[in-house]
Design a protein around this ligand. Structure first.
Ligand code: HEM
Length: 368
């Protein structure tokens, strides 16, 4: 193993020279360098492969024989157990089939959108009269949690517990160095979250609480999942929608605040906002990587991947954009598409993601 790591250092100097701190501060120069000179690299601090070129990313994400999400020694499996994002094949299909009705575009626009609008307005009302505000704390980190609670008709007062659990899950998902205290805390919070959801499901089943989305899961048909499966899949649905949306809100603001001319245009014409969000998805992707694990030793693009290796496929720039596009420029007027969700297999994009895509103004998919 040590000799493999030593040879990786020689073969992949870019990955060997990069630190977690550099990635946390600004990963884009590193991603660009990778794209130009070392499109597959071994990232030493996390002991995983990083893949930068679109064709390689796509090949890996579409190759279910050799690359999988169903891997028990992953941080996501360690945290959430078996659910749709850690399963493949029939199991994955069963989980998705049972859950995807929740995110029909019609449900989202008729039932959820008015609630999101109300929640957003209430959050803004609470700080509108203040001289200054920390926007992440006061808005971006709160709206996604409130949205998830609203989507399932759960009490908004539970927002602080949900946030607390979420923060420890997020740390656990990034715990590639397997620190015990991080895992223990997440396990404890998973237990609390499961108990919370179970209690709510019991109330729905007994008619003491209404939830149009959860009701079919507790009184469902033959496709229905076991109680444990329902809760594990709800975990990934609940928490999949938090940091992604928080990051998208923050990055969209960042885009506007660092482009004052565009900001002025958008203020004068709010119908440009969806384009800003779309371009932000491309420019500063809220999800940087899709992770896969190597099923068996395999040669890929002249490099030997070993069984169990972890592969991080880059989804944001430069991977997700056309070769001719200036990577760093933010522009809503070039007609580029957003983050390459389209590079993922269709059944991997969450029902919520694809419903969102369908609803995007100007989308090349059906409008809702
Ligand atoms: C800006 C918003 C979002 C972005 C950029 C995003 C991105 C992604 C990506 C790239 C994947 C594929 C991951 C992989 O295959 O490794 C994914 C899957 C998933 N997302 Fe999202 N997502 C967003 C919002 C949401 C929301 C709001 C929810 C839930 C309410 C959600 C729930 C899920 C779930 C459950 C999966 C797993 C689907 C499966 O494996 O079948 N996402 N998302």
């Amino acid at each position: 193993m040590e000799s493999t790591i030593a040879s990786h250092k020689i073969q992949f100097p870019l990955g060997a020279g990069i630190s977690l701190q550099i990635l946390a501060d600004d990963p884009y120069p590193f991603f660009e360098e990778m794209h130009q000179g070392e499109p597959i690299t071994w990232f030493e601090p996390l002991e995983m492969w990083y893949i930068a070129r679109h064709a390689d990313v796509r090949a890996i994400l579409l190759d279910r024989q050799n690359f999988t999400t169903a891997f028990e020694h992953s941080t996501i499996f360690d945290t959430f157990g078996a659910q749709m994002l850690t399963s493949e094949g029939e199991v994955h299909t069963r989980y998705r089939t049972a859950m995807q009705f929740i995110f029909s575009a019609q449900h989202m626009s008729q039932h959820l959108e008015p609630r999101i609008r109300t929640a957003a307005n209430q959050l803004i009302d609470a700080f509108q009269s203040r001289d200054s505000v920390e926007l992440r704390e006061a808005f971006a980190s709160r709206l996604p949690v409130q949205t998830i609670l609203a989507a399932f008709d759960m009490p908004l007062e539970d927002e602080p517990s949900m946030r607390l659990w979420y923060d420890s899950f997020e740390r656990a998902l990034q715990n590639f160095t397997w620190q015990d205290d991080v895992r223990d805390r997440a396990r404890d919070h998973v237990g609390q979250f499961h108990a919370y959801v179970q209690a709510f499901l019991n109330r729905v089943r007994d008619g003491d609480a209404d939830s149009r989305f959860l009701e079919p899961l507790v009184n469902g048909d033959a496709r229905r999942l076991t109680g444990e499966e329902v809760i594990r899949n709800l975990s990934i649905i609940f928490f999949g929608g938090i940091s992604t949306v928080e990051a998208l809100i923050l990055n969209s603001w960042w885009a506007l605040l660092t482009h004052p001319e565009l900001h002025a245009l958008v203020k004068a014409d709010l119908s440009l906002l969806p384009k800003v969000i779309d371009e932000t998805m491309r420019w500063r992707s809220p999800v940087q990587t899709a992770t896969r694990h190597v099923v068996r030793d395999i040669d890929f693009a002249g490099i030997r991947f070993r069984e169990g290796d972890t592969i991080a496929c880059l989804l944001g720039p430069p991977t997700g954009i056309r070769r001719s596009s200036p990577i760093r420029r933010f522009s809503i007027f070039t007609g580029r598409t957003s983050m390459p969700i389209w590079a993922l297999p269709r059944d991997r994009i969450s029902a919520s993601d694809s419903a969102w895509q369908r609803c995007r103004p100007g989308s090349r998919w059906k409008r809702c």
